[in-house]
Design a protein. Structure first.
Lengths: 258, 269
């Protein structure tokens, strides 16, 4: 458990356009343990999505050390699963084929795994449904199952439940925690929802914009399953909120250039 | 609950034929044919101007009986098939090349777009000068007619693939083959089929023109020949043949389209 899965040291990322040079990430240091659940929260433009894309290998033009299991990240690989804000399912494939992707369902091994995952995300009966027949929450569950089929060491989630209504979102959070407890997959979950960050994370990473950097990392020492209504949860939420407001004040006093 | 839903999902495939929907498209043609027959039978119009449907049907039977119709049909069919296959083949090849490669697009596409604006039928005199009135000229012209819709729509189909889905296929480490068969082709399929449908239509059109510019066989020739002897009924048989063949080939592609594009969530009227 104590093994470090992801090591980020002195990560810098600069976007250059013909007439501008924007520092998107400055001196990011973060270490994530195997099987840990990390949530990343911050105002828009703080670089949290950029950070996630770098870890996913979708953006390889960065400076610094970003290592997964001791290997510098140079591109996408099956060890890194990624969930986008939109489910991004292939509309022409049924649920089971979406999960299988370019693997063949005729292979009994693949078929078995796909159906096991459909049970895990509670979509039995929808194997042959097309994405147009699914609700937003169901579609996002399919995309989670699709990522899990590749048995990733680390699952990167970029505001995955941002587009869902409050009820579906809280249900999805429980589905995700259930998966995490079953599979022990390392999770990095980016969100702009404070409640979600505290509910899911073992540590909350608070980021600050212009230039994007980590303001603080707060451990959430509450056991799972967590109860939003409990006093301890409310207390924790307030602590994170205080920290978060400090971030906001700071970014406003700096002017944020708006 | 899940059982209910899975039943609901499999239902549309087992749906019974709706007879109302089958009869609707026939109402207009049947009314027209009846009116037509009456106009002829009651002597309003002379037979060599507008033969009655029953007369056309009799002629159709005669031509079918003596094998003449079948002969012309095979000749026309061969020309269309050959030209269509050639045009589609080259169209797919170039469309895929320009679709995938920006370099190919910049080298090939501007010239093709320029050629596309030349009306095909304006090429007839040139084709007669170059290839005479033989088979090659006709097949070549049909293939040019079939080429452009396929080329343009293949290119477009590939370029309309959602970048977000390509990104997904990269994260999931699809092989090139997987990317092609699971992402690019299915996504481009609506355009691909549209291109093929348009190409079929143009093929028939160019065939008729080609067969009227000088030949000794084919449905187009049959019509032209009958005109010379004022055999209006044979002209009509030829026209009906074109209508039937065009409609059949179009329906075939349309059926494929409906079957393979049932995943689409589009306005259905």
């Amino acid at each position: 458990m104590s093994e470090r899965a992801l090591v980020i040291e002195r990560l810098n990322k600069i976007f250059t356009t013909p007439n501008e040079r924007v520092v998107a990430l400055r001196e990011i240091d973060l270490q994530v343990k195997q099987g840990e659940f990390i949530t990343v929260i911050g105002p828009s433009g703080c670089g949290k999505s950029t950070l996630l894309k770098i870890v996913a290998g979708l953006d390889v033009e960065y400076d610094g050390k970003v290592e997964l299991n001791g290997q510098q990240i140079k591109g996408p690989s099956l060890e890194k699963g990624f969930i986008f804000q939109e489910p991004r399912l292939f509309p022409w494939l049924t649920v089971e084929k979406n999960i299988a992707g370019d693997q063949s369902l005729k292979d009994p091994k693949v078929r078995g795994k796909v159906h096991e995952l459909i049970r895990l995300v509670k979509l039995e009966g929808f194997e042959k449904a097309y994405p147009k027949e699914l609700s937003g929450g169901m579609a996002q569950r399919v995309s989670i199952a699709r990522a899990l089929l590749r048995k990733p060491d680390i699952l990167l989630l970029d505001e995955p439940f941002g587009a869902l209504d409050a009820f579906t979102r809280s249900h999805m959070q429980e589905v995700l925690l259930n998966i995490w407890e079953t599979n022990k997959t390392t999770m990095i979950f980016v969100t702009h929802d404070l409640d979600e960050a505290v509910f899911l994370g073992q540590r909350v990473v608070i980021m600050n914009p212009r230039p994007g950097h980590i303001k603080s990392v707060l451990p959430i020492e509450l056991s799972f399953p967590r109860k939003r209504s409990s006093l301890a949860f409310q207390e924790m939420r307030r602590t994170v909120l205080n920290e978060f407001e400090k971030v906001e004040e700071e970014s406003y006093t700096v002017g944020a250039g708006i | 609950m899940t059982v209910e839903i899975s039943e609901k999902l499999s239902e549309p495939q087992k749906k019974k034929i709706n007879w109302l929907n089958v009869t609707y498209p026939w109402i207009v043609p049947i009314v027209i044919v009846i009116a037509w027959q009456l106009v002829g039978s009651l002597g309003f119009v002379e037979e060599h101007i507008l033969p009655t449907p029953s007369k056309i049907l009799t002629t159709f039977g005669t031509l079918l009986g003596n094998g003449e119709l079948f002969y012309h049909l095979t000749v026309s069919g061969q020309r269309v098939l050959l030209g269509f296959a050639l045009g589609v083949g080259v169209g797919v090849l170039l469309g895929v090349m320009t679709g995938f490669s920006r370099l190919a697009q910049e080298v090939i596409d501007p010239s093709l777009q320029m050629l596309r604006t030349v009306p095909l039928l304006a090429l007839i005199p040139l084709f007669i000068l170059w290839f005479g009135v033989g088979e090659f000229g006709k097949v070549f012209m049909i293939s040019i007619g079939a080429f452009f819709p396929v080329y343009v729509n293949f290119f477009l189909g590939i370029r309309l693939v959602d970048q977000k889905l390509i990104e997904v296929s990269e994260i999931l480490q699809f092989s090139f083959w997987g990317k092609l068969t699971k992402v690019i082709i299915p996504s481009a399929l609506p355009n691909i089929l549209l291109g093929i449908r348009l190409a079929l239509g143009t093929s028939w059109l160019v065939l008729v023109v080609g067969e009227m510019m000088g030949t000794s066989a084919g449905i187009g020739y049959m019509i032209q020949d009958a005109r010379a002897y004022a055999q209006t009924d044979i002209v009509f048989v030829g026209l009906v043949m074109f209508a039937l063949l065009g409609k059949c080939s179009d329906s075939l592609v349309y059926a494929i389209e409906r079957k393979s594009l049932k995943w689409r969530d589009t306005f259905k009227g």
